[in-house]
Design a protein around this ligand. Structure first.
Ligand SMILES: NC(=O)c1ccc[n+]([C@@H]2O[C@H](COP(=O)([O-])OP(=O)(O)OC[C@H]3O[C@@H](n4cnc5c(N)ncnc54)[C@H](O)[C@@H]3O)[C@@H](O)[C@H]2O)c1
Ligand SMILES: [Zn+2]
Length: 356
């Protein structure tokens, strides 16, 4: 086992995010330190369970925890009320009490749905995140947003429920398919634009992969700080939606066949190009942003028209009243929120389409 960094997130009673290698075999020991409980249920999906469930369960049992598990079919389509119901049923059948806890072992889908289940089972029991994708390490496992999708839209039902511990075992990333690895890197690039500094420097390397541990740590440290200052997304936390206005629109237009990571990559490149074109950026940004996304093989253009994207964006849940709040990069390391009306949003999408 090797611990590279431990980051404290000071929300509620606070929790540690431990980042390192070969952490899974020690998961039980870490967990025993944050809970007095004796029982847990590990929730995982059908791809992750065959790879890591036995290791996690053995470690919990060795630490003296009664350990049961629930495995659901992998995929965003399963992040729904029906799976949530089955997880809640499994927690009840395992006779979990309020002092017991849930372990989410997997990517963002597993983390979101397990956190929601933990947040409402017996009106809320603790949970631990063991993220196994880049996306869930750099983004979804920290911050306490837990949700499922409804037929009417993504993430429409959920709770804010902070984990008691997050264990990022970098070794689990070795089994990720290349495309899913890259998807998560979009959120790292997004964070690099928000923070500038060391993270931006690492993402600018020709091959950033050897620096993944540090990249993940810097992303978590930044997100943790934002969440500490604005847990419920009243203000600053909205900055984390950089690239997501066009990104969500692209996902929607594609009927969710374009992944979140790829859609947001295009959305991030679009807002950088738009900021340059519309005179909002204080320095040229687009080329640098496109280059960073290129390092991970991520796309920077879409075939959907600005009008199609506008239609999709206007039905997005993040729109309040008549205006849409978008995140605009002014420099690397400084982004601002801007409220735009529908006409301006169309102009942004149009400006974001043009290359060169
Ligand atoms: N709560 C938040 O703040 C937040 C933020 C961003 C995204 N999200 C949510 O996260 C979800 C996307 O997360 P994701 O991209 O991790 O999706 P995911 O959990 O579906 O994982 C992607 C795929 O990789 C597989 N997988 C996971 N870990 C693996 C490993 N180590 N080796 C091999 N295969 C592995 C999974 O089985 C799945 O097929 C979305 O539902 C999104 O809404 C939540
Ligand atoms: Zn995202």
């Amino acid at each position: 086992m090797q611990i590279d960094e431990t980051i404290r997130i000071r929300v509620g009673s606070g929790y540690d995010v431990v980042i390192g290698r070969d952490l899974l075999p020690a998961a039980g020991t870490f967990i025993r330190e944050v809970t007095g409980s004796r029982n847990c249920v590990i929730v995982s999906d059908s791809n992750v369970a065959p790879l890591y469930l036995d290791k996690a369960a053995a470690s919990c049992e060795e630490a003296g925890l009664g350990t049961q598990s629930f495995v659901f079919e992998a995929g965003e389509e399963q992040k729904n009320l029906s799976t949530l119901g089955r997880i809640l049923g499994a927690l009840a059948e395992a006779h979990l009490t309020r002092r017991d806890f849930v372990i989410a072992l997997g990517g963002g889908v597993t983390g979101d749905i397990s956190g929601f289940a933990a947040g409402c089972y017996m009106r809320g029991i603790p949970f631990v995140q063991i993220p196994t994708t880049v996306l869930s390490m750099v983004d979804s496992s920290v911050g306490g947003k837990c949700a499922v999708d409804l037929p009417q839209g993504k993430n429409l039902a959920g709770v804010f429920h902070q984990p008691s511990l997050v264990l990022c075992d970098i070794d689990t990333l070795s089994t990720l398919p290349e495309e899913i690895f890259a998807d998560g890197c979009t959120e790292a690039v997004k964070t690099g634009i928000l923070t500038g500094g060391e993270l931006y420097g690492l993402l600018r390397e020709d091959d950033p992969k050897p620096y993944m541990t540090r990249i993940i740590s810097l992303c978590i440290a930044y997100k943790g700080g934002v969440v500490e200052r604005d847990e419920k997304e009243q203000g600053e936390r909205k900055l984390l939606n950089l690239g997501h206005t066009a990104g969500h629109a692209i996902e929607k237009c594609s009927g969710y066949t374009v992944s979140h990571g790829r859609a947001v990559a295009v959305g991030t490149a679009m807002i950088a190009r738009a900021a340059d074109r519309l005179g909002w950026s204080a320095e040229p940004l687009a080329a640098a942003v496109e280059e960073m996304l290129g390092h991970f093989g991520l796309p920077v253009m879409t075939d959907f028209s600005p009008e199609q994207l506008l239609d999709a964006a206007l039905s997005d849940k993040k729109r309040s009243g008549k205006k849409t709040s978008i995140v605009v990069p002014e420099t690397i390391g400084h982004c601002v929120l801007k409220d735009v009306d529908d006409e301006q949003l169309l102009e942004v999408f149009k400006a974001g389409m043009r290359i060169g």
